[in-house]
Design a binder for this molecule. Structure first.
Ligand SMILES: [Fe+2]
Ligand SMILES: [Fe+2]
Length: 182
């Protein structure tokens, strides 16, 4: 299996032409105005929420395939896990404390966007902030999304703060792009 960092970097170079299987699971949701609107919100330092969501979803897709899990549930849960329509940095108590409350907001928004959301997908969203929130993931797919969320968030924060790491990431992305264009 590819290294986790390579999977994270590849999430910045995905396209429906080159990654049709990935987009067959989440392409429709990814293209909705609701998910695309995530681009306007900062997530971790300089990373926007759409980049974060795409990275978590791609990592969840790869890991759930690798471990023989329900790829569709993991990918759909991941792409909807942070679907909240506000900048969590705003000092607005209607959505604070964000860390504890946003899984419920995201699940409600996911149900509206996706009437066929399954119970498993809903629980993936509701429990992705564990152990900050009390209830742990209830499925292997939930564990994968919770792990991928934390891995990607830590990389996003490091890349925003560390010039050396950012250069390593850009080099890796160039390698990925040139190998895909061969
Ligand atoms: Fe979250
Ligand atoms: Fe997240």
């Amino acid at each position: 299996m590819e290294k986790l960092f390579d999977i994270f970097a590849k999430s910045y170079a995905l396209s429906p032409e080159k990654d049709p299987e990935f987009f067959s699971y989440v392409g429709y949701l990814y293209c909705t105005d609701e998910v695309q609107s995530m681009r306007q919100y900062p997530q971790h330092s300089t990373c926007n929420r759409l980049d974060h969501i795409r990275a978590v979803t791609y990592m969840s897709y790869i890991l759930s395939k690798k471990f023989g899990c329900n790829v569709k549930a993991a990918s759909r849960g991941a792409i909807l896990h942070d679907l909240v329509y506000y900048d969590w940095h705003d000092p607005d108590w209607s959505h604070r404390p964000h860390g504890f409350r946003h899984p419920k907001f995201a699940a409600a928004n996911a149900r509206l966007l996706c009437p066929d959301l399954t119970k498993k997908e809903e629980r993936i969203i509701l429990r992705h902030m564990w152990p900050l929130t009390i209830l742990p993931p209830s499925s292997r797919e939930g564990i994968i999304v919770t792990f991928s969320d934390k891995y990607c968030a830590s990389k996003e924060m490091k890349l925003s703060k560390d010039e050396k790491k950012k250069k390593e990431f850009e080099k890796k992305l160039q390698q990925i792009n040139s190998s895909m264009n061969k």
